[in-house]
Design a protein around this ligand. Structure first.
Ligand code: SF4
Length: 228
């Protein structure tokens, strides 16, 4: 199927610094897709949950800006690639995020971005099959027991190079251990713990476990710096 035939609902496109996980500090272009059924209670992008036809706008309104709007625009792979060129962005790392970007078939878009020399990272909850080029870096941030009731898929766990786990309490470490038992205890993967909502106790717990297990700490640097 040619790239042009798939249309993606895009919430926003902007350039910034990746503030989370393995690529923390990396200049990056963020392409945020609209739509997520997972229903995390602490979600900080609730405006991306619903693809409301009444909120569709033209693509010029979602380019080169980050906002907490629930507006979205239909864009093809070709239009997205052209927009990145036209915007003159300097980052060579593209993050496909959401919402839940894996609700969509990302193969045409990810392939085209890789062909244009971008490094492509996908941020997913792991609750949907990942349809993306094999050259993408997949960061799975498991969302367990959320309102949507979706399990974390084995195929997503095995596909991910990075598991970035939100933590607030010991139970979340046990949840992660159960997940890792399904993928060779995380062998070959980068494991990051990310304290939920910058809570002090969560951060102390994450630091302690990271040191014990030789895992990485992900602190959502962009929130401390107050940038998008
Ligand atoms: Fe929000 Fe991500 Fe959870 Fe969806 S998966 S509800 S976008 S935190």
């Amino acid at each position: 199927m040619p790239h042009q035939e798939l249309i993606y609902p895009i919430n926003e496109i902007f350039q910034s610094i990746q503030g989370e996980g393995y690529f923390t500090g990396q200049p990056a272009i963020f392409i945020r897709l609209q739509g997520c059924d997972v229903g995390c209670s602490w979600c900080d992008t609730r405006h991306t949950w619903v693809v409301d036809p009444a909120r569709e706008v033209v693509s010029s309104q979602i380019l080169d800006r980050s906002s907490n709007s629930d507006c979205w625009a239909s864009m093809t792979t070709e239009q997205l690639c052209k927009s990145l060129r036209d915007l003159g962005y300097t980052a060579r790392h593209v993050v496909l995020t959401g919402g839940e970007p894996c609700q969509y078939d990302l193969r045409p878009l990810s392939r085209a971005l890789l062909e244009q020399g971008y490094q492509v990272q996908i941020e997913t909850s792991g609750t949907t099959e990942i349809l993306a080029d094999a050259g993408c870096w997949v960061t799975l941030s498991p969302k367990i027991g959320m309102k949507g009731g979706y399990p974390i898929l084995d195929s997503a766990l095995l596909r991910a190079q990075e598991i970035k786990h939100p933590v607030a309490m010991e139970k979340h470490i046990h949840d992660l251990d159960h997940l890792l038992a399904r993928c060779q205890h995380g062998a070959g993967k980068v494991i990051c713990l990310q304290p939920i909502s910058q809570q002090r106790r969560a951060t102390e717990l994450a630091i302690r476990i990271c040191i014990e297990r030789n895992w990485r700490l992900s602190v959502q640097m962009h929130k401390y710096l107050n940038v998008d």
